[in-house]
Design a protein around this ligand. Sequence first.
Ligand code: GGG
Length: 367
Amino acid sequence: MGKYKIAAIGGDGIGPEVVESGLKCLDAVAKYIGFELLVERFPWGSDYYRAHGQMMPQNALDILSGFDAIYFGAVGDNEIPDDVTLWGLRLVICQGLGLYANVRPAVMLPGVRSPLREELSNKINWVVVRENSEGEYAGVGGRSHRGFAEEIAIDASVFSRVGVERLQRFAFDLARTRSEKHLTCVTKSNAQRFGMVLWDEIFVQLAQEYPDVRTDKVLVDAATARMVLNPSSLDVIVASNLHGDILSDLAAALVGSLGIAASGNLDPSGNNPSMFEPVHGSAPDIVGAGIANPIAAIWSGAMMCAHLGEKAASSRLMAGLVEVAKANEVLTRDLGGAGSTEDVTKATIDALERDDLDLEGFNRIGS
Ligand code: GGG
């Protein structure tokens, strides 16, 4: 029987609520399939910061290195500045553990309504591959003359050949596994003449190694319009840290809600534990109300199972989510329903424990 050590970090706001929901579903599917998840919870985040002056302990990365995967909730607090919380937790983990590939699928679930017309939304089946270790989030820059009229602030984007190439290669490898085998490189290389041009050049070079993958390039502004107006013209999208973040939020909105957008922060070398988390943030406005949508966290748990090699568990979790979405009886407020976090959790567990569950339920819509 497989045994996996999971570090669970609920983090801030609704993070702990959706992580607990996801852990219940993961526990149920592990029992059903027959493997064990040894979960250790870490109380890191903004409350930890209030008590200790840092978002997580100094040796947090050493601690996390001993796990097979990290299951994360959200970061962000009403009192502590966002740059302090984000850099103190999520970004330190991603950069410190080399989780350079942020994979964010966007697929329409049956029963969920998109703001787009159905004939367009039905075509959405994308994966955004976001660079997760450098670029606009490199953390290079500074401020001087604080408070004076001549104050300046600089954020420098850093693009390295190593960083761009490894991420794009990951995206090509992913695109190759999908039925469309289509990879779109998104940049802003008309305005940003150095780093983004390097992105474009590396993309053209790598494309020669992947003759089976259809490629194209588009500027980020045009990409947003294309996602809305011509969704079927996209499959896998590879983009820088900032662009990937923005595009995947748009993708999430187009498939119905940020509450269903899942992600994996991967170290493709396997040397470090990868981290799985909903794309959404801490949503302080609904903390404790019991109405946070746990689908993104459960979906991220399914991605974690696949990453750990438990493919049957991953398919079962996803098939369970498809059933819950299709039934449209307990969906949460962000999806137009009146269900609670607990309702969705329970319905997902009931579905995934069914012996007659349609296991191809998700594969038919999302590959
Ligand atoms: N679960 C994702 C999360 O908590 N995100 C918070 C956030 O503000 N992220 C910004 C970013 O990663 O770019």
